[in-house]
Design a binder for this molecule. Sequence first.
Ligand SMILES: *[C@@H]1O[C@H](CO)[C@@H](O)[C@H](O)[C@H]1NC(C)=O
Ligand SMILES: *[C@@H]1O[C@H](CO)[C@@H](O)[C@H](O)[C@H]1NC(C)=O
Ligand SMILES: *[C@@H]1O[C@H](CO)[C@@H](O)[C@H](O)[C@H]1NC(C)=O
Ligand SMILES: *[C@@H]1O[C@H](CO)[C@@H](O)[C@H](O)[C@H]1NC(C)=O
Ligand SMILES: *[C@@H]1O[C@H](CO)[C@@H](O)[C@H](O)[C@H]1NC(C)=O
Ligand SMILES: [Zn+2]
Length: 512
Amino acid sequence: MRTAGFLSFVLAALPCLRVASAGCRVVSRGITRDLLLRGTVITPEGALPNYTVLVQSGKVTYVGDSCGLGTRARDASHIECADSVISPGFINTHEHIEYSTVRPLADIGELVDHRHDWRVGARGHTPRYAPVNGSKVEATRWGELRHLFSGTTSIVGGAMVSGLTRNLDYVAGLEDGLVAPVALNDVFPLDDADGIMRNGDCDYGPEPMNRETAGKLHRYIAHIGEGLDAEAANEFACLSNMTFDNMPASDGGGLSTDLIAPNLAIIHALGLSTADFDLVAARDAQVVWSPRSNVFLYGKTLNVTYLLEAGITVALGTDWLPSGSATMGREAVCAASFTEESYGMTLEPKTLWEMMTLNAAKVAGFEQDLGSIEVGKLADIVVFDGQAQGRSDMKHQSDAFAQAIFAPAENIELVLRGGKFMLASNGLKSLSTDTCETLAFGNVNKTACVADELGSSFKEFEASLQGVYPAILPAVPPDEPSCELTRCYPTTQNQCSIEDHFTINTQQVLHR
Ligand SMILES: *[C@@H]1O[C@H](CO)[C@@H](O)[C@H](O)[C@H]1NC(C)=O
Ligand SMILES: *[C@@H]1O[C@H](CO)[C@@H](O)[C@H](O)[C@H]1NC(C)=O
Ligand SMILES: *[C@@H]1O[C@H](CO)[C@@H](O)[C@H](O)[C@H]1NC(C)=O
Ligand SMILES: *[C@@H]1O[C@H](CO)[C@@H](O)[C@H](O)[C@H]1NC(C)=O
Ligand SMILES: *[C@@H]1O[C@H](CO)[C@@H](O)[C@H](O)[C@H]1NC(C)=O
Ligand SMILES: [Zn+2]
């Protein structure tokens, strides 16, 4: 057949194509919606240059150097992304996505020791409210757009809309044939929403999570120990030690339990000691890390190097817009810079990338289907142009992992969710459909294809919200909460260092 012969000629010529300009371009248009992508592919084995990925019917069906591809890609459109980096889409393991329209909280110069200090104004602290403009459904939709437009294709976010990003904590939010069970995302495992803090017993609310229920869950992702003080540490004791409190409270609850198991991921875990983390490691439980929100609210975050050396699976999450990062890329920037500047430790871009992909899929319980570019997995893929500059972390500019995790949205070439075009650079516009629209990302235009899932164009939706925090962000988002060390524990008169928070006297804490 003439056509097949011509196409196999094109494919045979593939390894020799050289493209001068950065970014992606369509080399040939296929007769199906299948895609053949070529560039530096980040796989679990490393970043492999000149690699190809075949996407058929929304799944990855081939990853390799294209030698063994044969004629399998003959019906696919071929996209050449010479200097670009092809990564699995990011998985955000912690969001409160309903708050996505608010502006970040102003820095009032007040650091707190426990989440209830700011949540409900406990112990004389200023309560910090984040009132949502408009409906929470609209805010959720807006948040999913912001994350999708910055390379995140799945979220554990406590709320969902259908379409846009996958929602790994909702059966109805999985998209593209991904199937349950989903993760249970719990903000108050101790039933302490009212602001209950304890030290020495477990007399929280009447209906805390129990061992039997938690044990049956596919994944249990729970806030535990969000704070630096004894009250935060107490939360872990109540959920990890059967004998810590065996006196029931009169209104129900009151008992300690032990939930530390492989299906558990602890969100924040700021109040845990190194011995606690040793238990987490021994039990194969996991940790969700949200450094920016930790640093902004409490002035410090985990010494994640300790967790990694202990063998704990750590995944990144943005927490929420008011005190956290607006995108996963900004969370990665904070994670790297805080670890370097405050702990003097280096976090390799590859390690951070794992926290945003492979580890995150494991934490959410979808490692069979998501988190890497491998045959049989869903084609949640983000292509970065590999040209991001400016950060000190970009000292290894040729590091494909750094180019993926630190890149601003402007440097994104393509976002696929289940093989579907969600966002594409102008070079790929010819593959978009008429429901796609042009949007400005800084100085470049991109094509967004979200109207069918959004129910309106992005521009119409944006206009209907009448002035909310943007979904398309510059390299450094406006009013971004600080990720710099603001709390210091004085060792000598003029020097600060981070000390183990269990050994410091809180009276010594220097507030700005
Ligand atoms: C990619 O393949 C081309 C053509 O075979 C070759 O010239 C180039 O050096 C390769 N690039 C890398 C980074 O291996
Ligand atoms: C568990 O709690 C009991 C009672 O407070 C205490 O004696 C014991 O040391 C705790 N175990 C661990 C591992 O912390
Ligand atoms: C952080 O953890 C690493 C690895 O265990 C350790 O070497 C380092 O001293 C820790 N830093 C602090 C400030 O605790
Ligand atoms: C982006 O698109 C707008 C129209 O939507 C056009 O006016 C503008 O020139 C484009 N900019 C670039 C850099 O192509
Ligand atoms: C959201 O709230 C801010 C601050 O109160 C206000 O300036 C803005 O107009 C509000 N936007 C909407 C859509 O209500
Ligand atoms: Zn949270």
